[in-house]
Design a protein around this ligand. Structure first.
Ligand code: AHM
Ligand code: MG
Length: 337
């Protein structure tokens, strides 16, 4: 039997053999993984665990929160606040940052998360997930040695770890610490994440796109042109037929792209012209953008690399185009030329 490599062992080797991560960061990732296991258990219980339905509250973006949005957010905070590796956390579901309380030691890392991505799919039993991103607190950050929202406003290129956990037919944790992308499947009987895919690569070309087609009439000309050319099929300028997928859970759409290639787009559109896009830069675009780049793909906002976007506020939104390199470069060139 081939040897099973647990997440713990993978991380220890990243620390010891490859020198990629300090022990504090290793601990942090293990704690996030533990929280994801707990979220996975709640998701699996569904109606039996009384976790479905609305929480009766709105989040900072004015979106109605689901019970599981709130539960997942609490699980991540409870699991991470006491370990001593974090200075503060920020979440799609919380207005301001959550500074680690004084009763616990303060660490040097900042954790950002979308606790439950794809909330509209919870009740319909379709894959959802948790997305996370880890930054280092700047050396001279925060007043009086503390931590402030300003410390979080670092570009995605500064991430030291990023990943997501998808709760689907299997629960899979997908991770990068800057040394490629690895996937770990949860063995729920043993309660451990086991390495099932290493050095994940996204093919440079694809015949599959993911976009919410119902917004077609609101798109900008470059996106419209790209999709029109795909739809024209083998008799059109692309000379090949394209297939379409749209799960409406970014974790599931990105997971498919990491598994077999494709392009994912949630572009700016005319519905809310003042907003740069729907998806959040810090909780969704940056971690997913880094994972995709680490797997040989590309991620842009149509004009520049997502990871180079300098955030101006915590809940900033961004236009997202990511996946197979040649397709992302094509759409980007339609915007810039
Ligand atoms: P959420 O974080 O509130 O769940 O919203 C983000 C989700 C993404 O996972 C997904 O790509 C997108 O919203 C789907 O949006 P739409 O319903 O407009 O297609
Ligand atoms: Mg989300």
């Amino acid at each position: 039997m081939t040897q099973r490599i647990s997440l713990t062992r993978y991380l220890v080797e990243q620390q010891r053999v490859h020198g990629h991560i300090p022990s504090e960061l290793r601990l942090l990732i293990e704690v996030v993984a533990r929280a994801c296991k707990r979220i996975s258990i709640s998701v699996n219980k569904g109606a039996l665990g009384d976790v479905l339905g609305a929480a009766g509250t709105d989040n900072v973006q004015g979106e109605a929160q689901k019970k599981l949005d709130v539960i997942a957010n609490e699980v991540l905070i409870d699991a991470n606040e006491w370990g001593g590796h974090l200075a503060a956390m920020a979440s799609e579901e919380m207005e301001g940052i959550y500074v680690v309380p004084n009763r616990y030691p303060q660490g040097e890392y900042l954790l950002l998360f979308d606790p439950l991505d794809g909330s509209s799919n919870i009740e319909v039993n379709v894959s959802i997930g948790t997305i996370f991103s880890v930054l280092k607190k700047p050396e001279n950050g925060g007043p009086h040695g503390g931590v402030s929202e300003q410390d979080f406003l670092q570009s995605g290129s500064k991430q030291v770890a990023a990943g997501y956990c998808i709760y689907g037919p299997q629960t899979t944790l997908v991770l990068t610490v800057g040394d490629g992308v690895a996937m770990f499947t949860l063995d729920s009987q043993e309660g451990s994440f086991v390495l099932t895919e290493e050095d994940v690569r996204i093919p440079e070309d694809t015949r599959e796109f993911a976009i919410n087609m119902s917004n077609l009439r609101h798109w900008d000309a470059p996106v419209r042109r790209y999709i029109d050319e795909c739809l024209a099929g083998k008799d059109g300028p692309r000379g090949k037929d394209f297939n379409m997928r749209w799960v409406a859970s970014m974790v599931a759409d990105v997971h498919r792209i990491l598994t077999r290639g494709g392009i994912f787009m949630y572009p700016w559109d005319k519905r809310e012209p003042e907003k740069p896009g729907k998806l959040r830069l810090m909780y969704e675009a940056n971690p997913m953008g880094w994972l995709v780049e680490q797997a040989g793909g590309a991620a842009t906002n149509g004009r520049e690399r997502i990871l180079d976007v300098q955030p101006k506020k915590l809940h900033e939104r961004v236009s997202v185009i990511l996946g197979s390199k040649n397709e992302v470069e094509r759409v980007t060139s339609y915007h810039t030329k």
